[in-house]
Design a protein around this ligand. Structure first.
Ligand code: 5GP
Length: 136
């Protein structure tokens, strides 16, 4: 199995603050949190990219997200949260082991995305949707 900093964390070779574990899934606090309670939820097996993670392992990871997020909100008093997955270095992925971020959010916390919406025509959207749908 490929080794990553996260497999070392799962194995206990690198310390972490664990908040959840089952057969396939491990969750622990991010060492450099964007907010109090920022948590990483990972498959125990190291797979770098989302599209390469077998469906059962992805299902196991995503199945725990809502309950875990609820616990994090209860523990931190946050009102909401973002679930984020950086998939590929251009998207900001630094650790080559699939991980969902749960990032608690509070009003006025100053976090956020640059959400620079673009104007496109209906024809452009139609052509693009057809191109995507036609991919194998
Ligand atoms: P990425 O940019 O790959 O989506 O996120 C990687 C995350 O892993 C970062 O938020 C970073 O702070 C966190 N991280 C990296 N190394 C460690 C570590 O050794 N321990 C913990 N708890 N978090 C880590």
């Amino acid at each position: 199995m490929a080794e990553t900093i996260f497999t070392k964390i799962v194995a206990g070779d690198i310390p972490c603050q664990r908040v959840f574990e089952n057969e396939h899934v491990f969750a622990f606090l991010d060492i450099n949190p964007l907010a109090e309670g920022h948590t990483l939820v990972i498959p125990k097996r190291a797979v770098a990219r989302l599209e390469d993670l077998p469906a059962e392992e992805l299902a196991a990871v995503t199945a725990v997200l809502p309950q875990l997020a609820k616990r994090i909100l209860a523990a931190t008093g946050a009102a909401a949260y973002n679930v984020l997955l950086n998939n590929g270095s251009e998207a900001g992925q630094e650790v080559q082991h699939v991980h969902f971020h749960i990032i608690p959010r509070k009003k006025g916390d100053g976090l956020g995305f640059r959400w620079n919406k673009k104007q496109v025509t209906a024809e452009e959207l139609t052509a693009l949707a057809e191109r995507i749908a036609a991919q194998g």
